[in-house]
Design a protein. Structure first.
Lengths: 350, 350
C-alpha cells in the first residue's frame, strides 16, 4: 500500500476516473485462489492490462499468466512477472515474435496452423501450446489435426507443452447445468486433442466457467474478469463482486434527466450501456452514452434518492471490463474512501 | 510530408494499425472548406484527438477549434493551435478550469447553469458561450433561460461570446428534407436564445447536418467526423469519403470463417460491428468481434475474391470514428501505399 498517493480521497479524484474498490478486489482474488490455487489458475491479463493487478495475483500464488498481445507479454516480463508467460493468441508478426523470443524466460505461444508455427520457429520461439478449436468460431486447429501440428512443432525442435482450447461461446450460458454439460462436451474435444498432442498443460476456461473444470481434465484455468467483474458477468450469479467502476461528476441537470462526464470513450460499449448508481448507492436508469457524456434518469424510483445536482458524483459500472480498462491510463484504488494506490494501466496497445 | 517515416510501406506496418488514406483525407478537408471556409467551420477535435490532423485543418483556413475535454484544449494550445479554442462541454473541475484559464490565449468554455458558470468564474475563465438545449437530451440550458444566464455571466465580468446548441439527435435522420425541417426547428430555439444572450457566435451543427445551416442563423459549424468518416455517417450519402480504417492481419483460417487481429479494443463499438474488406477491396461479412479478434466469413460472395490465408491483410472500417481514434496511440498516413506520416493521437484522455 502506497501511503503517499495524491489525491488522498476519492472525492478529490478528477473525473472520469477508473476506480477499484480495493477490499472487493481482495475478496475476489481470495475466492478464486481458494478454488484454483497457485498454478491451477493462469490469470488472463487482457482483462486488466495492469502489472500492478498482475502482481497482486502473483502474491496470491499465481505465477503463470495468460496474455492476448505481445505487448502484454513484454510488459509483464519487464515488470518482473515473466516467470511463465503464455501468449494465448496467434501472431505472424516477426518483429514481435523475435522480441518475445529474446526475453529472459522462455515464452510459450499458441499456434493453430503451419503458418503460425513457421513464424514462431523462424523467430526463435522455443515453446508452444497447440490451440484447439472447441466450438468458438475463432482461432484453434481442428481437434483431429492437433497431433499432426504438435509433431511438426517437435520435429522443428520446439517443446510442445500441451493444449489450450477456449470455450468462449459458453461463458454466458445462464442455465448452469446446461452450461456444465456443454463445457464437458467442449473439453472432451480438448482431451481428444491432448491425447494426440501430449505435454503437461491442458489450459482452458474463463470467469464464466471457472468452477466447471473439476472433471474436464483442464489443469489450468485462464480466467481474468473475476478480479474486477462487469455487469455482463454480474448477471451469472458468480461468487465475485463488482470491484471496478468509472467515477463521474454530474455536469448538467434537466427536468427529467441528468448528465455526467463518463462517456463511451471511458467505457467498453460492445456489451451495451453501463449501469449507473449515485454516490449514495441508489441506481438510476441510463438513457444513452455519447463520446464524453452519460445521460440518465433523475428519478430514483422506489429506491428513493433525490434528484442529482451539478457536482454530485456517480458510479458508472461497465458492461464489459476488458475494453473499459484499456481506455484508461490509470486506475485508482480506494479503500474506505481513501485513495491508497495509483495503478497505471501499463499493458495497453499491441 | 515526412520523408523519413519508418516503416516505409503499409505492408510493413505492425497490426492492428490505424491507417489514414492521405489523399481521401485531403479531399474531405477540401470539400468541407469549400462549403464552410475559414471561421465558418470550427472543427471538432474530439473526432480525431490528433494535433497533426488539427494542423491540417488549420492549414485549410480553420483556425478556431471545438474541444470536448480540457485535455484536448490544453493539448491544442501546447501544439500552437490555441488561437481560439472552445470547450463545447461543461465542467466543474477547478484544477482543469484553472489550467485552461492559464493558457496564453483566452479559452471559451460552455456553461449551461449557475453552477458551471460559478466554477468558470472562480477559476478565472474570461469567456463563455451559453450552451442551449435544442432538443438533444444532454447538456444545455432551456432556451428561455439562456438570457438570464448570460446576464449573470456579464455581471460577473465575463465576456459572453454568444450561444451554441448541438442538434446531435438529428445527425442520423436519413430523410434529408425531414432532417432539414427538424434542424430549422431546433435552430429556431437557438436563435430565440441568441436574441436574449447576444454576442457574435451562433455555433452548432455536425457532419450529418453540415450543409443544412445556410439559413439557420448558425455562423460556425462544429463538424469533426467529416475528415475521416465512419460507416455510420457513410450511410447518409454525404460528400465525404471513408479515409480511415484499421489494418489487420489474418491469423487463423477455418472452414467457413477467418480471424484477423483487429478486435473490439481497437474499435469504437457503440455503433455496432465494423465493416471489413480484404486488401483487394472485396468485402467480407463480419461475424463478431472479441477483445483482440474479428471473425469474418471467408466467402467473398458475388464480389469474387478467394479465401484468405494466414498473413493476408484486411481493412476494418469502424462504425464510429471518434472512439476508434481514442483507442490508438498513433495513426499512419498512407499515400499510394507509401507511409508518408506518423501522427500521434496525442489528445487522448481527460
Amino acid at each position: 500500500m502506497n501511503e503517499h498517493v495524491d489525491p488522498a480521497h476519492s472525492s478529490d479524484l478528477p473525473t472520469p476516473a477508473l476506480v477499484i474498490d480495493g477490499d472487493v478486489f481482495d475478496r475476489n482474488l481470495a475466492v478464486m485462489a481458494a478454488t484454483h490455487p497457485g498454478p491451477a489458475l493462469r490469470p488472463h491479463v487482457k482483462a486488466h492490462k495492469c502489472t500492478s493487478i498482475a502482481a497482486a495475483q502473483a502474491s496470491m500464488g499465481h505465477l503463470r499468466f495468460t496474455c492476448a498481445t505481445p505487448r502484454e507479454v513484454i510488459g509483464m516480463a519487464a515488470a518482473g512477472l515473466g516467470h511463465d508467460l503464455l501468449l494465448a493468441n496467434e501472431t505472424v508478426d516477426a518483429v514481435r515474435l523475435r522480441a518475445m523470443a529474446g526475453l529472459d524466460n522462455p515464452v510459450t505461444v499458441a499456434v493453430d496452423s503451419d503458418s503460425t508455427l513457421d513464424a514462431a520457429v523462424a523467430a526463435g520461439i522455443e515453446r508452444v501450446l497447440i490451440d484447439v478449436n472447441v466450438g468458438l468460431p475463432r482461432c484453434g486447429v481442428a481437434p483431429d489435426a492437433a497431433g499432426r501440428l504438435a509433431d511438426l512443432a517437435r520435429s522443428a525442435g520446439l517443446e510442445v507443452r500441451g493444449v489450450m482450447g477456449y470455450e468462449g461461446h459458453l461463458m454466458m450460458v445462464t442455465d448452469r447445468s446446461e452450461q456444465a454439460e456443454r463445457v464437458e462436451a467442449a473439453m472432451a474435444l480438448l482431451r481428444r486433442a491432448h491425447a494426440d498432442v501430449g505435454g503437461h498443460i491442458v489450459s482452458a476456461g474463463g470467469t464464466g466457467t471457472f468452477d466447471l473444470h473439476e472433471r474436464t481434465g483442464v489443469n489450468e484455468v485462464q480466467a481474468g474478469s473475476y478480479a474486477l467483474m462487469d455487469t455482463h458477468y454480474g448477471r451469472l450469479g458468480l461468487p465475485f463482486e463488482q470491484a471496478v467502476f468509472v467515477l463521474g461528476t454530474v455536469i448538467s441537470v434537466g427536468d427529467r434527466y441528468a448528465v455526467a462526464d463518463v462517456g463511451l470513450k471511458a467505457l467498453g460499449m460492445d456489451h451495451g450501456d453501463p449501469d449507473l448508481v449515485m454516490d449514495d448507492g441508489s441506481p438510476r436508469s441510463v438513457w444513452f452514452c455519447s463520446d464524453e457524456h452519460i445521460t440518465f434518469s433523475i428519478d430514483g424510483g422506489s429506491t428513493g434518492g433525490g434528484a442529482p445536482v451539478v457536482g454530485d458524483r456517480v458510479r458508472v459500472v461497465p458492461a464489459h471490463v476488458d475494453p473499459t480498462m484499456a481506455m484508461h491510463e490509470v486506475a485508482w484504488v480506494v479503500r474506505d474512501d481513501r485513495v491508497t494506490d495509483r495503478w497505471p494501466i501499463d499493458l495497453r496497445g499491441w
